[in-house]
Design a protein around this ligand. Sequence first.
Ligand SMILES: [Zn+2]
Ligand SMILES: [Zn+2]
Length: 388
Amino acid sequence: MRPVSQAGAALLHLLVVTGPALLGLLTALYTARPSVFFLAPGMMLAVAVIACDGWIIASRRWITGSLALTTQAAFLLFAGSYRASPLPPALPLSGPLPQASPPVGMAIYALPTGLIHRTAAFAYRGGSPWKEWDSVMTAALVRHPQGDVLIETGLGRTIASQFRQMPFLFRLATDLAPSEPAADQLDAAGYDRKHLRYILLTHVHWDHVSGVPDFPGVPVLVTTAEHEFIADGGFANATARSIDPSRWQDYTFDGGPYLGFDRSHDLYGDGSIVMVPAPGHTPGSVVVFVALPDDTRYAFVGDLAWRREGILEREERPWLVRKALEHDPVAVQQSLLRMSAIAIRFPQIILAPSHDSRGYAAIPRWSRSALVWTNHVAGSSVPGWSCR
Ligand SMILES: [Zn+2]
Ligand SMILES: [Zn+2]
C-alpha cells in the first residue's frame, strides 16, 4: 500500500470514524425519499468506509480502528432497526360484528389529493428499501342523511405555503406531489357544501388537516386529547395551530366497548360511523369505522399504521420514525394489536390506513355522477338531496 500524506491520513481517519454516521443519515433519507441523490453518495460512502477499514487494519492503527468499530457497529444496529420484528400475536377477539343500521342513500367516495414518494422501509419494519411506496393523502366523503362527513381532508389549496413552514430536513426527506384538493373536486362536481356537516379527523397532523381551511365554517371533530395536543405537538402540528381555534369541536367516547376497544362514540346513533380511541401516534388518535347499507365496512385507521402490513404483519414503524413522529410507541403497539385481532376475526372489514392506496382503492372515486347517484338513490326522503 502506498504511503499517504499526513492530511490524507487525517481524512481517512475522519472518514472511517464519522462515515457510518453520514451513511446512517443517507440511509434514513433514502428510505423516506428514494432518490439517486441519496443512494449514489450512500453507496460510494459505504465502499469508501470498507476500503478505509482495510487501510486501518493494514497500517495497524488500533485506536482509530476501535473508534471505527464502534461507529460502524452503531450503523449496523441502526440498519437492523429496519428489519422485520413482528409484535407477539394479538389475543383473539370474540363477539359478533357490532350492529349497524346505515340509512338508505348513505354512500362513501374517495377524493385523492396527492401523495409522497417514499419506500416501504419507511412505513414498517420489514418493508423493503427497494420497494417504492406512494404515501397517499385521500379524503373520504361519507354521504349521510343526517349530514355528510368528510373523513380527513387530504392536501388542501394552501399546501404549498403550509409545507414551506416545515423544517428543512423534513422537506428534504419529503417528495410531495399534490394533486387536486378535495374542495376543488367537490365544487367541480356541483356539490352543495351546505350538506357537509362535519370534518372528522383521525388526528391533527399537517397532512390530515391541510384541507380544513378550504371548508370555512364546517366544524372539525376531534377528541379532547387531540384538541389539547394541537398546542403541544411539534412541527407536524404547525398547520393545525394555524387554523381558526373556533373550528375544533371536541367529542367524548360516551359509548360502550366496540370490537375490542373499550369505548366508542357513535356519531349518528345508527352504527354507521363509529369512532374508537386508538392513541399512540398522537394522544387523541382514533379509528373510524364506517358501515354502509350494502354491508361493506371500513376501518379508517389513520396513521396507526402507514401501510396495511403494519396491522396484518404486526410491524411497527422503524425505530427512527417512531422516535421522530410517535407520541407513545407502546400505546401504538396496543392499538396495532387490537386492529390485528379485528382483521383476523373480521377480514371483511376493509382496512384503510390514511396513506395506503389499497384501502381507498375499494372506495368509488368522487365525481359528478357520484353526486347524481346519491341524489337519485336517496330521492325525496333526504331533504336537499333531490335530483337537480
Ligand atoms: Zn400522523
Ligand atoms: Zn399522516
